[in-house]
Ligand binder design. Structure first.
Ligand code: ADE
Length: 248
């Protein structure tokens, strides 16, 4: 996959992509990154990328010409997904991350100031993504969130190919808790089932914890999570033991 980022703060983005799994993914050839500054495409003496809004009002708007020239220089003829990061976009989630892994080329545009000239959106942008219902000062952090979530799913990026399938949200539920050595830490013991290591018991324990966590923290996820008959039995057990505990 090729990922290009259009940003007036290229250092923020390049630095973040130079560490940990993003850097390893690049070294392994699973992805290549490009970071581009629309200011380099501004033709006026001051290399302006923003201007006052027509109709008046506070703040500045990103000008269409440098942004368009920058995007067109990147998106030559391979029909990339051109994604504008904006709080007005489609809410980003694991399903969107997985869907984006099917693309060969992503171009992420980091908006700034009060907004981006609407004509860029109309003529070039193919997707608009928001990372949540809050407003940040720019699209750099949102773009990095999307890149991280997508790249970690690409083949060859993480050693254990099954671990992505068990992530929170991949099966519509939150993931079970994790433990490592030591078996006892400040009086808190690792659950016996995990230490004893019988595979079937471990799987059942994990599924139960995953259902229990989802029920307590994100019951809204059950509206869409595919559940088996065993899951329903486990859920009934969890609900019942909760009621019994409250009665005691
Ligand atoms: N730019 C500013 N806030 C944003 C958000 N919540 N998501 C995506 N891009 C943004």
């Amino acid at each position: 996959m090729r990922i290009d980022v259009v940003t007036i703060f290229p250092e923020i983005v390049s630095q973040a992509l130079d560490f940990s799994i993003m850097a390893r993914a690049q070294d392994a050839g699973a992805v290549s990154f490009g970071v581009h500054n629309p200011r380099d495409f501004a033709e006026d003496a001051h290399r302006m990328v923003d201007d006052a809004p027509y109709g008046g009002g506070a703040g500045m708007v990103m000008k269409p010409e440098p942004l368009t020239a920058c995007i067109e220089a990147i998106a030559r003829d391979d029909n990339p997904a051109i994604i504008l990061m904006t709080p007005q976009g489609e809410r980003f989630d694991q399903e969107t991350a997985r869907r984006l892994t099917a693309q060969d080329h992503l171009v992420l545009i980091c908006g700034h100031y009060e907004g981006t000239d609407e004509r860029v959106r109309e003529s070039l942008v193919t997707h608009e993504i928001s990372i949540g219902d809050y407003v940040l000062t720019g699209g750099e952090l949102p773009a990095l969130v999307v890149i991280d979530a997508v790249v970690r799913l690409l083949p060859g990026v993480r050693g254990d190919s099954t671990s992505a399938a068990r992530d929170s949200f991949e099966d519509g539920l939150l993931e079970h808790p994790h433990y490592t050595r030591p078996p006892e830490f400040r009086g808190m013991r690792v659950p016996d089932t995990l230490v004893e290591g019988d595979h079937a018991d471990v799987d059942r324990w994990r599924r139960r914890m995953s259902l229990q966590r989802t029920l307590r923290r994100r019951p809204d996820l059950f509206a869409r999570a595919p559940l088996s008959d065993d899951d329903r039995d486990l859920l009934a057990e969890i609900v019942l033991s909760g009621t019994q505990k409250r009665r005691r």
